[in-house]
Design a protein around this ligand. Structure first.
Ligand code: NDP
Length: 283
């Protein structure tokens, strides 16, 4: 029978582990804090930001909100980032993406001090991941590794195909899988014979941003399917990049949407916040 990988439950376990760790730190007088910066009123961003704040509250991290108006200038946002970089009472800095079009996201990401970059997007952290040095790891791929490990799905020697090569999902995912001794292929919009490439996969990771694109024609019998995509459909329901019902009987394990990868992203953000505090106290 196909295993449904319960991301909500695994994320709950991780948050519980962190809650206990943070409570022990609090007993020693250590407080962890995360600055959450949102610019504008993108409704999806507001949902994500609220979920992150709720998770902070649950595990015992102090979240400090900065909700700036849509017309905020890039210089003003950079000034805030510099202030937060210098503020010793702030451990992690999270700037919710996407930013309004007049602000260059790269400039903002690069301005965050690498030791406070809990999203793991700063080039220094990305580079560290590539060469196996310590650093913050992008939360979604880090969460996928946890999902697989905690579901006792081995990675060593496995044929893994990631579809999508974004800086926040596909590329870091490939590095993490390499670190676990998997054989990794990254496919994208220019890949030829995508179905055949996907059918090679023991573990298929779909991160393209196209609702229900991956049918059973893309999946090898017995493969593990990880669905990163998240889409709100016209009727208000959520779905992923994978056609869950179509693929279900072909694969051996699959993540649902919602309740798969999504909750893990937030759990790993909490993990990175704890790490940021530890890192800064070691200085
Ligand atoms: P991007 O839009 O940055 O990247 C999409 C990638 O998919 C690109 O590399 C693109 O190729 C590739 N692609 C697009 N169409 C096709 C196609 N038809 N065939 C093959 N490859 C294709 O997306 P993200 O990586 O940011 O996100 C991907 C999905 O994951 C989205 O649905 C997003 O909402 C979701 N997401 C979910 C998270 C969670 O916590 N659950 C967190 C982050 C993202 P090319 O490079 O050639 O253009």
């Amino acid at each position: 029978m196909t295993k449904i990988i319960d991301g909500k439950q695994i994320a709950g376990t991780i948050k519980e582990e962190l809650r206990q760790k943070i409570a022990q730190m609090k007993e020693k007088g250590i407080e962890i804090s995360l600055a959450v910066v949102q610019v504008g009123e993108n409704p999806a961003s507001s949902v994500y930001v609220n979920n992150k704040k709720k998770a902070c509250e649950y595990v015992g991290i102090r979240s400090i909100s900065y909700h700036l108006p849509e017309e905020t200038l890039e210089q003003e946002l950079l000034k805030l980032i510099h202030t937060l970089n210098e503020d010793q009472s702030v451990n992690g800095i999270l700037v919710q993406l996407p930013l309004p079009a007049h602000i260059q996201e790269d400039r903002i990401i690069h301005a965050i001090a690498p030791k406070k970059d809990v999203d793991g997007f700063h080039p220094q952290n990305v580079g560290a991941l590539c060469i196996g040095m310590p650093g913050f790891i992008s939360c979604t791929p880090a969460g996928i590794i946890q999902l697989l490990k905690r579901s006792e799905i081995s990675l060593c020697g496995k044929e893994c195909v990631i579809v999508g090569r974004s800086n926040i999902v596909g590329k870091p995912m490939s590095m993490l899988l390499l670190r676990e001794d998997a054989t990794v292929t990254i496919a994208h919009s220019k890949t030829k014979d995508l179905k055949q490439v996907c059918k090679r996969a023991d573990i298929l990771i779909a991160a393209v941003g196209r609702p229900k694109m991956f049918t059973k024609d893309y999946v090898k019998e017995g493969a593990v399917v990880i669905d990163v995509g998240i889409h709100r459909m016209g009727d208000g329901t959520l779905c992923g990049d994978v056609d869950f019902c179509d693929v279900l009987s072909t694969c051996s394990a699959i993540t649902p949407v919602p309740g798969g990868v999504g909750p893990m992203t937030i759990a790993m953000l909490m993990y990175n916040c704890v790490e940021s505090n530890v890192l800064q106290r070691m200085e």
